[in-house]
Write a protein that binds this ligand. Structure first.
Ligand SMILES: Nc1ncnc2c1ncn2[C@@H]1O[C@H](COP(=O)(O)OP(=O)(O)OP(=O)(O)O)[C@@H](O)[C@H]1O
Length: 278
């Protein structure tokens, strides 16, 4: 039986910014040939974790082991906007120590694959936001890395390009690459990542396969009771019993079955909503 190769190992990672504990003792592993998702709301600690794995932040406590060449798509997409697409990519290829011929071949291959070959000689700033993002994505894969770290890769992409990027990531996974991506938009990655790490305030609240986490169904119900709007997340079976009550059924506004992973996110959203209403 083949051994599972661990490409990234993180043990008891802690990161402070001044007094603020941004990462609070997290541990996880990323295997060869998997798409690994880092989920959580803004400020959960996703970017900090990715920067640590990418070697951009070096002052932390704990152990981080990386076995392979890294490609990194940062969250802030500060491209060289006055340069031409081909020139920017060539620069990054050289920076990664690639041969001239290989750089040229890889640039053409990726520009064609992402449907932006025709912009090769145009200045980056003349491209749409989505196309600029594709150029930035190419920088992260050009040098054939083993571990591809993508910070919010789907933000700013339309549905067509979102699906194109997903297909490409599947292909890279099939080639045995490890892909680590972050998102705060659960619907973008559901059933897409092999495993996920859900962070909240720098702590791990879930770690594992999506179907394991989603396995428990939760229902969200909204109904009017005694003139008040009631919103509840309940285990699915309990919700079914609840709506067997005729009065509740008559006053039911919403009934949705959700995975518990979604529920985790929703709870957080409701908490924020309630806080804002105060
Ligand atoms: N350079 C920094 N200096 C001070 N605090 C920081 C710095 N970088 C991050 N933080 C803080 O660390 C916490 C985690 O931030 P991080 O950017 O990792 O979260 P995130 O999950 O990526 O969120 P987002 O989606 O908003 O980028 C936040 O409270 C943030 O304010």
């Amino acid at each position: 039986m083949g051994r599972i190769m661990k490409k990234v190992k993180v043990r008891n990672l802690v990161k402070y910014f001044g007094d603020k504990k941004a990462i609070d003792n997290i541990s996880f592993e990323v295997y060869e040939g998997e798409i690994f998702g880092l989920l959580g709301h803004n400020g959960a600690g996703k970017t900090t974790t990715l920067r640590i794995i990418a070697g951009i932040i070096n002052d932390y406590e704990g152990e981080v082991e990386v076995n392979g060449k890294i490609g990194y798509l940062p969250e802030e997409r500060g491209l060289y906007k006055d340069e031409r697409v081909g020139e920017v990519l060539t620069f990054f290829g050289e920076l990664a120590g690639m041969e001239k011929e290989e750089i040229k071949n890889q640039i053409d291959y990726w520009l064609k694959k992402l449907n932006i070959y025709k912009y090769k000689n145009q200045k980056v700033k003349t491209l749409s936001k989505g196309n600029q993002q594709k150029v930035q994505f190419i920088i992260s894969v050009l040098h054939n890395p083993d571990i591809i770290i993508l910070d919010e890769p789907f933000s700013g992409l339309d549905i067509f390009n979102l699906n194109l990027l997903k297909e490409i990531l599947f292909e890279l996974k099939e080639m045995g690459k490890s892909i680590i991506l972050s998102t705060h938009q659960l619907e973008k990655i559901e059933r897409f990542c092999d495993r996920v790490l859900v962070l909240k305030n720098g702590k791990v609240i879930h770690y594992g396969r999506i179907d394991e986490i989603c396995h428990k169904k939760v229902a969200y119900v909204e109904y009017i009771k005694d003139g008040k709007l009631i919103k509840q997340n309940l285990p699915h079976e309990e919700a079914i019993l609840l709506i067997k009550n005729e009065e509740i059924l008559r006053n039911l506004i919403k009934f949705e079955v959700r995975s518990s992973l979604e529920d985790l996110f929703l709870k957080e959203t409701f908490k924020k909503l309630n806080e804002n209403q105060r």
